[in-house]
Design a protein around this ligand. Sequence first.
Ligand SMILES: [Zn+2]
Length: 441
Amino acid sequence: MIKDALHQQWLDDVDAYLEGRTTPQELETKGQSRAREVLDYVQERSAFYAGHLRSQAGSPSALPALDGVPFTTKDDLRCVGRSVCSLPFDQIAVYYETTGTTGLPTPCPRAAIDVETSGAYVQKAVADLYQSTFGTTNALTAIMGPSELYAFGDTYGEVCRNLGIPYVRLWPESPRVGLAKAAQLISDLGVRSLICSPAVALALARLYVSQGIDPRETAVGQIMVLGELCTPQMLSNIARVWNAHCTHGLYGSQEAHAVATGCANGNLHFSETNYLAEILPVPGMEGDVGELCLTMLVPGAKPLIRYRTGDLARLHSAEECGCGNRSRCLRVFGRVGDVMTLGGRQVVPALIESAVLGAAEWVSGYEVKIRTASDGSDHVEVSMVAGIGERSVAQVQEQMASQFGTSVQLQLEQSLDPRTETGAYISWKHARIRDQRESAL
Ligand SMILES: [Zn+2]
């Protein structure tokens, strides 16, 4: 395919950035001019944006190019369907959809320029990780995604092919594969690297243990997780359960592509050339944590303008990581809609996970239920498949209680959900935290 000049320019600019040839000043200037270009682009081509950007009241922004431009919400996307797209489907590279677990599925077509500019970040991150973990790309890799309509399997498949990483695609949720078959192939083939959600990494470990296999004895030496919230405590927990390096694969979505990619130090680095990021204030959130709002700069199939991701995040300087990556680090704390009041305090989902995992030596599965006690106070019930070493259940319970500011009842279990152990079904995203208080309804 012959790339047009703009497409080639974009790829050259992304390469220049990834190779360290772009100064922060150049990045900043280009970001602002590209924001103005993409606003023109969507207004000309997207039926939705042609009206939305004109008719909606704008919102202030610290970024000059975006000041006074209205937000795009998930509700907007659900309502407008394909009219948000900026290219006819004859001109896209590939079509995906959101799974629709949180409402109607939305179309997520990608043009070649989307696939390539987003993939460049993933490829650089994967190349660096394999070098740091294995010193080679010759490490058989299992890519385990939720479904064929998801971009993720293609993204990593292409990256593996480009880098010469041998791979197998295992879909644990597919009726033809399933968790048990995936586990069998991972051990039979001697898979050394997994790309999957934290839920799948833990479910595989539980399945092996139930079969008398120690996951730490498998050939798996690296796990890249994605697809759901993953705290630093979860990364190190998975690393312990598998005795493998564990870091983020990427943070992103069907809608927004690869927004940030993981490094060997367990941080996510923002894909600087492809987006402008804003952190919108959320009432009750401290410091610089807020809702991540993205403007997609790449003129592709469906650029989104000031798109409210619904995720709580914070951006901090690249130096805080120290891995050498020059892009800012992105910390994600869970969904804005999942923030809850616990023991009178506002609590982000990441804090609950950190407190649970931080209290045990290792955890291969957990569930948290929040109830109202008879005296009206909050009460937290934690069930987990975990090792707590020499400490008693009462001691661990007390540690969690002090972090939650509530009473806690801890139950150590052999298994959380028998369906996962038989391998019949495993969910890509696992609802680990359930708020069952009356006021939560
Ligand atoms: Zn880093």
